[in-house]
Each structure stands twice: as C-alpha cells, then as structure tokens.
Design a protein around this ligand. Structure first.
Ligand code: PLP
Length: 398
C-alpha cells in the first residue's frame, strides 16, 4: 500500500539553527546546571507599560477579526512611525503582519517564483533559509568575513552572484546575526545594483534604530528611484521588547506588490486584533523608548567585546548595531563546541548556551570556528557568560 509522505519542499526545509540545541539545554537544567542564554534574540527587558496596559484593559465585548490589511489605526500608527524617521509612506503602502516573519514570507513569495534566486549576505538570519525553502526559492549567498567586521565585499563580487533568475537582494541593516551596520556607501552600492539589474530590495528593518556610537542607518526608502523596487519588512519585537505580541508590517510603494501581498494576507484572514491595537501608542511615539534601549545595548556591546578580547585566540570586531556579535574562536567545530558547552562543561554548576554560526551560512563548512552571541542579558550576567565561554574553550582544547 502506498504510504503518505511529506512534500520534497517540506522534507528539505532546514531546522532553525538557533533552536536545535534546546533539548541539550533542557537536559543540563535537569542536572541542576544554570544556563546563561545568549543563543537567541529574546531580550530580557520588560515590555513597555502602554502595551501591557492596553492588552489588560481591552474594552470590546467581542474580539473581532481585524481587516486583512490591519486595523486602520495601526496602519496609521506605522505611517506615523515612519514619518517620525523622515520617511513618507501612505497607510495604503502598509500591511500589518504577524511579526516581521510573516512580512518576510509575504515578501519572498511575492517577488520570487520557484527556482528564482535571492541574494543574501552570509552569515544571514536563519529564517531566510526556511522561508526560501517554503517557496522553492534559491538563496545565493555572498560571503562576508569576521576580519572585515562582516562588511560587504566589493560591488563586482556581489554582481558576480547575479544571474538571469535573480529577483532581489535581501538586506538586514543593522544585521542579525553579525551586528554590522552597513555604511552609507554600502547601502548606495546595493541601491545602484538593484537599479542597474532591475532587482527588488527586501529590506529587513527589524533592528533599524538599534545603532550605536551616534551612527544611523541610511534607509533604502531615501532613494526615490528605488520606490517601485523596495519592499520593507518590519517588526515591533525587538525595538519594543514585545516579541510575543507578533506584530510587524510589510511596506511597499509598488501597488502590484501590495495587491499581491493583500491576497496572501486574505488567505490568513487577519492579525491578532488586541495586540495590533496595543502597539499603537508605542508606534505613535517611538523615539524616547528606543533611545533608552539603544544606550543600554551599546553599553552591553562594550562589555561583551571587552570580555571577548580577553580570551586568547578570539577575534571580535565591535558590532555597530542590533544586539549580536559573531566572534571567531580558536575551535574547529562550533556545532560540537556548542553541544559540549551544554553536555560536558560546567563551572560552579553554570554554563552558557550559544548559537553555532554554521547555521547562519548557506555554504557548508563556513562558520565552523564562529558562534553567535546575543547580548540580551544584564551586564553582570554577560560578563559571567563570556567568562564561562573562555573557561570552556580552554578545557575543550586541552
Ligand atoms: C533579522 C530578523 N528579521 C526578522 C525577525 C522576525 O521577527 P518577528 O517575527 O518576531 O517580528 C527577526 C527575529 O529575530 C530577525 O532577527
């Protein structure tokens, strides 16, 4: 008898590199070991009061479906959020999504057919690989290196990756997993390439205000000629410490893109009504809150880099944004090392959980001497987490 089987697409979709070590962490905790989690971008900071209070005091007697485009006031609030950053979008350019993740799914599936290619800069955010696999889209990875602070290679190297199947370039600035802030010149280079080769830019702006040392992102929306080729995906998860509310948006001035995205959005009916309404006050006045957490992450960045540089054989270039860093370690197999941290190592009944960087690369073998650290803990805990890392490297290499 014929057995049921999943689609090739389903079978070929990779598991999240960030979550695959969770069973080992759970086992360590059962053995009474405290695990410092710097493996995942779940900030430790409280969700702002206006969001919690709006959820607690929701007044309607029925929680109705929201429109597929989003609650009108939430779309208007996103519009105000962008206008406060000097970017003019109309509410009709914006569709509220279930986190930045859904915006990315819509964007990828809207610009690329099965077999089409999207350029990404590796190491890249692992969900891009999962979403591409869902759509049978091929990711063409252009390499960036720790020694260059993961900045972009010259234009010719990126141009070499463009083929007749290339539909777009995915850019996350500042970047997860590297924390790199692409310079204005790098942003201009990508914009020029997109214009020259008629490519979409999918601009993942999840971390856009989390930029340090007084620097700023040059947004792709500031290039009027790009308007028709730009699809922005955005999220409240990190900038408002509200990962669990699952609210984001996808934005484009390209009407065909937005009409296509709306059809996808109608297939999932709507985004959670209460949560998208709860975000309105923060979206209407984002600057004071974001300025506060930017300072906090900048200080954590300094702590992590200082402590990493103390460990012999570690290469760590100070990242300029987001809350991640990929240091190079004196090890040969980061997957094995990350497992070792959870299964075989502890110091005073404590250990640290990191993400092996292999999961952020498409090219096999890359990232085997790198890990990603998310500095989402208080500084004292971060100091201890990096101390544990140093002790573990020493023992591992014995
Ligand atoms: C680069 C990047 N894009 C998108 C997302 C998706 O965020 P969410 O779906 O929580 O809005 C994340 C979450 O970690 C991310 O790091």
């Amino acid at each position: 008898m014929k057995k049921v089987s999943v689609s090739k697409r389903a079978a070929n979709t990779p598991a999240s590199a960030i979550r695959k070590l969770v069973p080992l962490a759970d086992a360590a905790k059962k053995r009474g070991i405290k695990v410092y989690h710097v493996n995942i971008g779940q900030p430790d900071l409280p969700t702002p009061d206006p969001i919690l209070s709006a959820i607690r005091h929701f007044k309607e007697s029925t929680i109705e479906y929201a429109p597929s485009t989003g609650v009108y006031e939430t779309m208007e609030a996103w519009k105000k959020f962008y206008s406060d950053k000097g970017i003019k979008f109309d509410a009709s350019d914006i569709l509220v999504t279930s986190g930045g993740s859904e915006g990315l799914i819509f964007a990828f599936l809207t610009v690329a057919d099965p077999g089409d290619e999207l350029i990404v800069f590796e190491p890249f955010y692992t969900s891009y690989a999962i979403i591409a696999a869902m759509g049978n889209i091929k990711l063409k990875a252009v390499r960036t290196k720790v020694e260059d602070g993961f900045h972009l290679p010259p234009k010719a190297a990126i141009e070499k990756a463009i083929t007749s199947r290339t539909k777009g370039i995915v850019v996350c600035n500042p970047n997860n997993p590297t924390g790199t802030l692409y310079t204005d010149a790098e942003v201009k280079m990508i914009a020029e390439l997109a214009l020259k080769h008629n490519l979409f830019i999918i601009s993942d702006e999840t971390y856009q205000e989390l930029v340090f040392d007084g620097k700023k992102v040059l947004p792709f929306a500031s290039f009027p000629k790009l308007a028709n080729q730009l699809v922005v995906t955005d999220s409240v998860s990190k900038r408002f410490n509200s990962c669990g509310v699952r609210i984001g948006c996808v934005v484009s001035k390209n009407k065909e893109v937005m009409q296509s995205i709306l059809r996808f959005a109608q297939g999932r009916l709507s985004v959670a009504t209460v949560e998208q309404m709860a975000l309105i006050p923060m979206l209407l006045n984002h600057k004071p809150y974001v300025a506060k957490i930017r300072k906090l992450y900048e200080s954590r960045r300094d702590t992590v880099v200082r402590e990493l540089k103390r460990i012999p054989g570690v290469t760590a270039v100070a990242p300029e944004g987001a809350f991640y860093i990929i240091p190079k370690l004196p090890i040969k197999d980061s997957d094995d090392f990350a497992s070792y941290l959870l299964s075989d190592f502890s110091d005073r009944k404590e250990t640290v959980m990191v993400a092996p960087a292999t999961g952020f690369y498409a090219t096999p073998g890359l990232g085997s001497n790198e890990i990603r650290i998310a500095y989402v803990l208080e500084e004292k805990k971060l100091e201890r987490a990096i101390e544990l890392l140093g002790l573990a490297i020493k023992k591992y290499n014995r």
